[in-house]
Design a protein around this ligand. Structure first.
Ligand SMILES: NC(=O)c1ccc[n+]([C@@H]2O[C@H](COP(=O)([O-])OP(=O)(O)OC[C@H]3O[C@@H](n4cnc5c(N)ncnc54)[C@H](O)[C@@H]3O)[C@@H](O)[C@H]2O)c1
Length: 333
C-alpha cells in the first residue's frame, strides 16, 4: 500500500486531533510534518508523534517529503493556504470554512479548475457521520415520501472568546448549511436570521436562529447557540410526508446512579463526531490513492460561503435574503 506523507498546518485543537487520528488509525498515511505560528505547540505535537517541525507554511507545502496537507489554522488563512497547495499540485484537506469570504472561495475554485485537478476537500466532517448518512439513506429509500422540514440544533458548551455574533453564523453554522445540502441534495435559495438577546452568561454574542428555504421547497430551521453550558449537542430531524427521521442523541448506554437517569453529554465535538473524523481522514487518504472521494468539494465549500454571505446580510438587514442559484460546473460533477 502506498504511504502518503501528511503535513499539518495549525496544531491547535483540530490539528492535534487530526494528527492523533492519522498516527493511530488511518491506513496508508503517516504524519510527516507540522507547522504552527505558535512554535511551542508544533514542537509539542512533533514530540508526541515523531513528525518534523517546519518553520513556515510555505516551506511545509513545498517540501519534497510532504505529499498532502491538512489545513487547521484559523478560518481567515484557509483560502490562501488552499491556493498554495493547488499551486504546488498537492492534495489538501482544508478545515471548514473553505474561505472567510465568497471571493476567497471563488479564487480557490478558479485555481483548481484552471489546474484541471480536484485537489481540495473541505472538512465538512458530518458527511461522514453514520447518523447523518442513515438519515440521507432513509430519505432516498422513499419510504418517508418527500422532505418538508429539516430542524437543526447546534449547541456548544462554551464558545471561544473570539467568536462574535456574526462568526456564530460565519464559522459555526457552516456545518448546518453543508449538511442541509448533503441530506436534501438541494440548493438553499433564501435565508432569514433572527437573533434573541444574549445569554447573561455570554453577554458578548447572541445565539442565532436561521431560516432557510431550498429550491424544491423544503424549510430548514437552525438554532446555533454556542454557550449552552451543559455540553456539545447536535440534533437534526427531517420531517417528511409519511414520517420523520432524526439523529439519535443518546449513546449506546444509559446510566442510573444517585438520583441520575440518563447519559453524559460530551464536552465538545471531538467525542461526538470521533467516528466521522476517522472516516473523513481515511476517506481522504483513500481518495488520494484513487478511490472515489465522498468528501465536500471546493464547489460545496463555495456554496456554503454563498449561504453564509446571505445569512450575514439577512442578519444585518432583518430581511429575507436571496441566495442566487447557479449551475454546478461540469468539473465538480
Ligand atoms: N470540522 C470540524 O468539525 C471543526 C471543528 C472545530 C474547528 N474547525 C475549524 O478548524 C480550524 C481550527 O480550529 P481549532 O479549533 O483547531 O482552533 P485553535 O485555535 O485550537 O487552533 C488554531 C491553530 O492555528 C495556529 N495558527 C494561527 N495562525 C496560523 C497561521 N497563519 N499558520 C499556521 N498556524 C496558525 C494557532 O496558533 C493555533 O495553534 C478553524 O478553521 C475551525 O473553523 C473545524
Amino acid at each position: 500500500m502506498p504511504i502518503t506523507r501528511v503535513g499539518i498546518i495549525g496544531t491547535g485543537v483540530m490539528g492535534s486531533d487530526h494528527a492523533r487520528i492519522l498516527a493511530s488509525c488511518v491506513a496508508g498515511a503517516e504524519l510527516a510534518g507540522v507547522f504552527d505560528v505558535d512554535q511551542a505547540r508544533a514542537v509539542s505535537l512533533a514530540e508526541e508523534t515523531g513528525a518534523r517541525v517546519f518553520d513556515g507554511a510555505t516551506a511545509l507545502i513545498a517540501d519534497q517529503g510532504i505529499d498532502a496537507i491538512i489545513v487547521c489554522s484559523p478560518d481567515a488563512t484557509h483560502s490562501e493556504l488552499a491556493l498554495a497547495c493547488i499551486a504546488a499540485g498537492k492534495p489538501a484537506l482544508v478545515e471548514k470554512p473553505l474561505a472567510s469570504t465568497v471571493a476567497g472561495a471563488v479564487d480557490v475554485m478558479k485555481a483548481e479548475t484552471t489546474g484541471g485537478r480536484r485537489l481540495i476537500q473541505v472538512g465538512f466532517t458530518r458527511r461522514f457521520d453514520p447518523g447523518y448518512i442513515a438519515m440521507k439513506e432513509a430519505l432516498a429509500s422513499d419510504r418517508l415520501g418527500q422532505a418538508l422540514f429539516l430542524h437543526c440544533i447546534h449547541r456548544n458548551a462554551v464558545g471561544p472568546d473570539y467568536l462574535t455574533s456574526e462568526l456564530v453564523i460565519a464559522s459555526s453554522a457552516g456545518h448546518e448549511f453543508d449538511i442541509t445540502r448533503f441530506l436534501l441534495e438541494d440548493e438553499i435559495v433564501s435565508a432569514t436570521v433572527a437573533s434573541p438577546r444574549a445569554s447573561r452568561l455570554a453577554p458578548n454574542r447572541q445565539p442565532q436562529f436561521i431560516l432557510l428555504e431550498t429550491a424544491s421547497g423544503v424549510i430548514v430551521d437552525i438554532e446555533v447557540f454556542v454557550d449552552c453550558i451543559y455540553g456539545y449537542d447536535v440534533r437534526a430531524e427531517l420531517v417528511c410526508e409519511k414520517g420523520t427521521v432524526s439523529l439519535n442523541t443518546s449513546p449506546a448506554t444509559m446510566l442510573r446512579h444517585a438520583g441520575y437517569d440518563g447519559f453524559e453529554t460530551p464536552p465538545d465535538w471531538r467525542d461526538r463526531f470521533k467516528h466521522a473524523y476517522r472516516q473523513q481522514l481515511q476517506g481522504w487518504i483513500d481518495a488520494i490513492h484513487g478511490m472515489p472521494n465522498h468528501g465536500a468539494s471546493t464547489w460545496d465549500g463555495y456554496r456554503s460561503m454563498k449561504v453564509t454571505e446571505a445569512c450575514l446580510a439577512a442578519c444585518r438587514s432583518g430581511q429575507k435574503t436571496a441566495v442566487p442559484v447557479e449551475e454546478m460546473p461540469t468539473f465538480y460533477r
